[in-house]
Design a protein around this ligand. Sequence first.
Ligand SMILES: NC(=O)c1ccc[n+]([C@@H]2O[C@H](COP(=O)([O-])OP(=O)(O)OC[C@H]3O[C@@H](n4cnc5c(N)ncnc54)[C@H](O)[C@@H]3O)[C@@H](O)[C@H]2O)c1
Length: 329
Amino acid sequence: MRVVITGAAGFLGRLLTARLVQAGRLAGPDGSAQPVDALTLVDAGPLQVPDLAAGTAPPVDVRQVDVTDAAAVVDLLAGDEPLTVFHLAAMVSGACERDPDGAWAVNVEGTRNVLEAARHRAGPTRLVATSSVAVYGHGAAGAVVDDDTRQVPATTYGMTKAAGELMVDDATRKGFLDGRTARLPTVVVRPGAANAAASSFASAIVREPAAGRPYALPVPWDTPIAAIGYREVVDGLVALHDLHGDVLGPDRALALPGVTVTPRDLYDALVRHVGMRSLGDVTLDVDPVVRRIADGWPAAVTGSRARDLGFAASGGADTLVAAYLADFG
Ligand SMILES: NC(=O)c1ccc[n+]([C@@H]2O[C@H](COP(=O)([O-])OP(=O)(O)OC[C@H]3O[C@@H](n4cnc5c(N)ncnc54)[C@H](O)[C@@H]3O)[C@@H](O)[C@H]2O)c1
């Protein structure tokens, strides 16, 4: 089995790569665990081959491909072997609001290029895509949402992610591939540099003070965040991949369960774990654009369908912070 990860240079792409290299197996088309024979890491930006333990890891190659380049995506996926694509490449929320044309090109046309390339390749393809709770929006602001909550996105990003879910459902219905989409709450705690997501404050409120750097929080301290830990996301992407398609039926999008935390909860957990002494100062400097986007998000994501299928929810702020400090602190 060959595996391709798009957006592999990103936060979740790097973690998923590490997980696949470590596990070395995924469910094949017949449901039995199959070895991953080759792993291709794809991103529009520069990529590095990760350090791999000799003899245990599948061969890894890296390809700098922009998913808006349809011909390059066809070339990337071509072949008659069973293929899994984890399609993570995306323009994220803040950037999509600033550049709706780019959002359409990358998130809608880019996803269509991946689906079309899978449709026309010779071998079977299973695809796991990533969506977001930004598909909710109007009517969901501050609310508890679940899989069956109506989707009326309040941002361009949310619109493109809702479109992506429908495209994956339709390509699956047509038999072009076997697709599924994980609808993700805000993933915390992101290490390294922030990306252009409006939700980046949810990680920065831990990461920046923990590194001794000052941080200006752009939303009120009590802003609810429907969050999920990155460990549960990576586990969830693999579990969603391995599910038999019949379990999901025609609705291939699964909301992963969230845990509701506020910036205050996360910061207080950080203080409990490391104490105040080494932390960078945090000030409040509300950014009206970020606040407006954050105020449109749901406060909680139940994820009933995923829970019923055995997907684990993340623990609270202490668990989320402890995971980050253990893995990246
Ligand atoms: N992190 C979160 O909180 C979160 C929440 C909900 C959904 N998601 C979704 O999960 C996925 C991964 O998110 P992430 O946090 O790792 O984001 P990220 O920004 O860290 O990574 C995205 C990667 O996609 C790449 N990319 C962008 N445009 C591309 C293109 N045209 N062609 C190829 N590669 C391109 C970027 O270079 C980047 O490396 C995205 O689809 C995102 O929308 C993330």
